[in-house]
Write a protein that binds this ligand. Structure first.
Ligand code: F6P
Length: 357
């Protein structure tokens, strides 16, 4: 008898269920006797021994269902060695429950923080496989994370919709796309929707350059402009501050988010009517796109393949169109941002997109 545990941790995305289905179906195909357990609400479920037994029917009809059948939560890695509110040692509790349930492997679906905890559990002797989930696409060692393309689709449609109303009213619209640390979503959705200005955390902006781009469009007779801005976009001025200084400044800041600050600055500089649109968590909601379902299914099946070979301690990643196992010890703690010198940025600039730099 083989026993496997699943958990989904951190912010959700559209293709968590599709990925779990890929793993489970392939495992059911391979083993005659297998039991599967789902820990509820991420690592919390493993810490408290809160789980449910899963059967093949649990994985049926979920390929196109967004969210996660297991629920999720954030258990920050930097607090992993601090006891829970009721005094439990988190790592020891997770080890104890894993052993008590006689699991052969724990399949963990999550982003960077989740991966660090998975690596910690590996160091503690647990068999772990990590599947790279995040709409942000910021996991080192894989070209694509599952969830990314579905979220890009939502953000792109949001900017598409803004285009028509911006044209009617002759307005400047700032659409804020998710991504605090990296700008992959904003870059992809910005290009896919024909945004005029794209502001990323990796390329600090100068508001004067943004205003220049808007002025240039006005001069060319364009009635509207669209600025796609990442949640974590930062001005050149702020990028020069130390972490401490920046934190202090952000605390004093009264704007709900960066898009509102840019809107105010622009309106003060140019004679334009500016509006802000924040699609927010709609970008993580709804069903997975067909492409994302393929990504999720392939990653899931390859995770099962590793389990069948008893090759544990890996993240399953994409290199081009190939799937590669990436050792957790190599990947954990690294972030994959947009390279400001990459071809995609160069091509976008040739198209006339301003990055405000
Ligand atoms: O999961 C990634 C992400 O969606 C980021 O893009 C975003 O900045 C953050 O999570 C939002 O977190 P929360 O759901 O906790 O508000």
């Amino acid at each position: 008898m083989k026993r496997f545990g699943f958990l989904t941790s951190g912010g959700d995305c559209q293709s968590l269920n599709a990925t779990m289905r890929g793993v489970a179906k392939a495992l059911y195909e391979n083993y005659e006797e297998v039991e599967m357990y789902g820990f509820l609400e991420g690592y919390k479920g493993l810490i408290y021994g809160n789980y449910k037994k899963l059967t093949p029917s649990d994985f049926s009809g979920i390929l196109n269902a967004g969210g996660t059948i297991l629920g999720t939560s954030r258990v920050p890695f930097k607090q992993i060695d601090e006891p829970t509110e009721d005094g439990l040692n988190k790592v020891e509790s997770m080890k104890k429950n894993y052993k008590k349930m006689k699991l052969d492997c724990l399949v963990v679906l999550g982003g960077n923080g989740t991966q660090k905890t998975a690596n910690r559990l590996r160091q503690e002797g647990l068999n772990v496989i990590h599947l790279p989930k995040t709409i942000d696409n910021d996991i080192w060692g894989t070209d694509i994370t599952f969830g990314f393309h579905s979220a890009v689709d939502v953000a792109t449609r949001a900017i598409d919709n803004i285009h028509t109303t911006a044209t009617s009213h002759g307005r400047v619209f700032i659409v804020e796309v998710m991504g605090h640390k990296v700008g992959w979503m904003t870059l992809y959705a910005g290009i896919a929707s024909g945004a005029d200005v794209v502001l990323l955390p990796e390329i600090p902006y100068d508001i004067k350059e943004v205003a220049k781009a808007i002025k240039k469009r006005k001069k060319a007779g364009k009635r509207f402009s669209i600025i796609a801005v990442a949640e974590g976009a930062i001005s050149k001025e702020d990028a020069k501050l130390s972490k401490k200084e920046l934190k202090k400044k952000q605390k004093e800041n009264t704007y709900p988010s960066v898009a509102y600050k840019i809107a105010d600055d622009l309106a003060a500089m140019e004679n334009v009517e500016v509006r802000v649109a924040v699609p927010g968590h709609t970008q993580r909601g709804g069903d997975p796109s067909p492409y994302d379902r393929i990504v999720a299914t392939r990653l899931g099946v390859e995770a099962a393949n590793l389990i069948i070979k008893e090759k544990y301690g890996y993240m399953v990643g994409f290199k081009g169109n190939d799937i590669v196992p990436v050792p957790l010890e190599e990947a954990a703690g690294k972030l994959k941002g947009v390279d400001p010198k990459c071809d995609m940025i160069k091509e976008a600039k040739l198209l006339g997109i301003s990055f405000g730099d």
